[in-house]
Write a protein that binds this ligand. Structure first.
Ligand SMILES: Cc1ncc(COP(=O)(O)O)c(C=O)c1O
Length: 427
């Protein structure tokens, strides 16, 4: 049973003496605005593959990949060895220096994306997804400085900082941002979305510099559009000279069943923003796209201390090696089939599970309401016999995110769903 104590209400759970003490100290030492609310507040001692061990000795299967970051799982032996090899004796940071590993990482990103997207020509680095978004938007603005208007799909999440925050959600503090509809539950005919875009083109002739969207709406509760939607956005952007920016910060590197989500959706964006999984946990993000947009920025206009540092780039290279050696994208597709079947079985069994939406290894499981959704997270966390399943706190209040590492085995999938089945039967 979860209880909260003290002025700042540290989360506490029965039978977790070590975790409870750490959570109390966390509460005293770190602002709680630092993290999103997760009712379990799992306190981890060790992580390996798809398994997390709590400080009180329980074992949990990770259905989050550390928020879609550890696509190769935790402490992957081959990744860690390659990472050390690439990082070698390089400096910890190379702000205003050059290391070859940066060039190698950029070339690998460009070459891997150029197979399906000829606009993948050059890279800008970030140390977080929102930095990548900011830099992609800067590139589009610098390319066409006379076009102040920016379009974004409503209810998207692109980060909290700067321009990324301005194009997140449904209202913006930035007077130059306009939101357009994204197909969610109420998918409308194609003409509805097309008309909306055409009306904006008439209202702002030659004033729109960019359109930013996510492949699927993640934080809004996992809404995965039909293919024609992104194709339509791209065609409209091409027609009006607007930079089409695809935010793959959480969808990249195999998550949707292809290396890149722009492949899954059959589009060739002008700029693609990658984050989370590209370094399997090292803080790395990148914009990959048209050289004329990226080269619109001169020395220092997109620079900062940590972006493209040698260790981040070593991680990017090591991730590529492991993806190739272990055919991670194929493994993701195979696991996706099993996970999807198991999720639909839960929906058929438990009346409080209202919907299952997703693709590849990223799903949203919509629950009856927020209370049930939080209870599902907690019951899965408590599990049975010292084992459980780790979920994030619900998205959009009542949608559970299912995004295990792409290396999850059939045995682990079966064990996780057996644990969930028993846990949710208590609700
Ligand atoms: C689609 C998307 N874009 C951008 C971001 C922001 O990334 P970061 O938190 O690394 O700044 C996120 C983070 O969750 C995301 O999911």
């Amino acid at each position: 049973m979860a209880t909260q104590t003290g002025t700042f209400q540290a989360i506490q759970h029965d039978g977790e003496p070590r975790a409870n003490a750490i959570r109390e100290r966390l509460n005293a030492a770190v602002g709680r605005g630092q993290r999103t609310y997760t009712p379990s507040q799992l306190t981890v001692e060790k992580a390996e593959g798809c398994t997390l061990w709590t400080v009180d000795g329980r074992r949990l299967l990770d259905f989050t990949s550390g928020v879609l970051v550890a696509n190769l799982g935790h402490d992957h032996p081959r990744f860690e060895a390659l990472y050390r090899e690439y990082a070698g004796a390089l400096p910890r940071n190379a702000y205003n220096m050059v290391t070859e590993v940066e060039v190698l990482a950029a070339e690998r990103l460009v070459n891997s994306m150029a197979v399906s997207n000829p606009n993948a020509q050059k890279v800008l680095w970030g140390a977080s997804g929102s930095e990548g978004i900011q830099k992609a938007m800067w590139a589009a603005q610098h390319h066409q400085p006379g076009r102040p208007i920016m379009l974004a799909t409503r209810y998207g999440f692109h980060g909290k900082k700067g321009l990324a925050g301005d194009v997140t959600g449904s209202e913006s503090p930035n007077p130059n941002v306009r939101f357009i509809s994204f197909p969610m539950k109420e998918e409308r005919p194609r003409k509805f979305y097309q008309d909306e875009l055409d009306a904006l083109a008439r209202e702002f002739p030659d004033q729109i510099s960019l359109l930013i969207t996510e492949p699927y709406l993640g934080s809004a509760g996992s809404f995965h559009p039909p293919r024609w939607y992104h194709e339509m956005l791209q065609a409209w952007c091409n027609q009006h000279g607007v930079a089409f920016i695809f935010d793959e910060v959480q969808a990249c590197h195999g998550r949707t069943g292809h290396m890149y989500a722009c492949e899954t959706y059959g589009v060739q964006p002008d700029l693609v923003v990658l984050g989370k999984g590209i370094g399997n946990g090292e803080p790395a993000a990148a914009v990959v796209g048209r050289a004329d947009l990226i080269d619109a920025m001169d020395y220092s206009e997109a620079s900062d201390t940590f972006s493209g540092n040698p260790r981040a780039c070593a991680a990017v290279c090591a991730v590529f090696d492991v993806f190739e050696e272990e055919q991670i994208v194929d493994r993701c597709r195979a696991a996706a089939k099993r996970v999807s079947e198991c999720l639909h079985a839960l929906r058929d069994k438990f009346p409080f599970v209202k919907d299952v939406r997703g693709e590849g290894l990223v799903y949203g499981v919509e629950m009856e309401n927020a209370e049930v959704a939080n209870r599902c997270v907690l019951e899965a966390y408590y599990g049975t016999g010292g084992a459980g399943v780790h979920f994030l706190g619900p998205l959009a209040k009542k949608v559970l995110r299912v995004s295990p590492p792409l290396v999850i085995s059939d045995r682990e999938i079966d064990e996780a769903f057996a644990l969930i089945d028993t846990a949710w039967a208590r609700i």
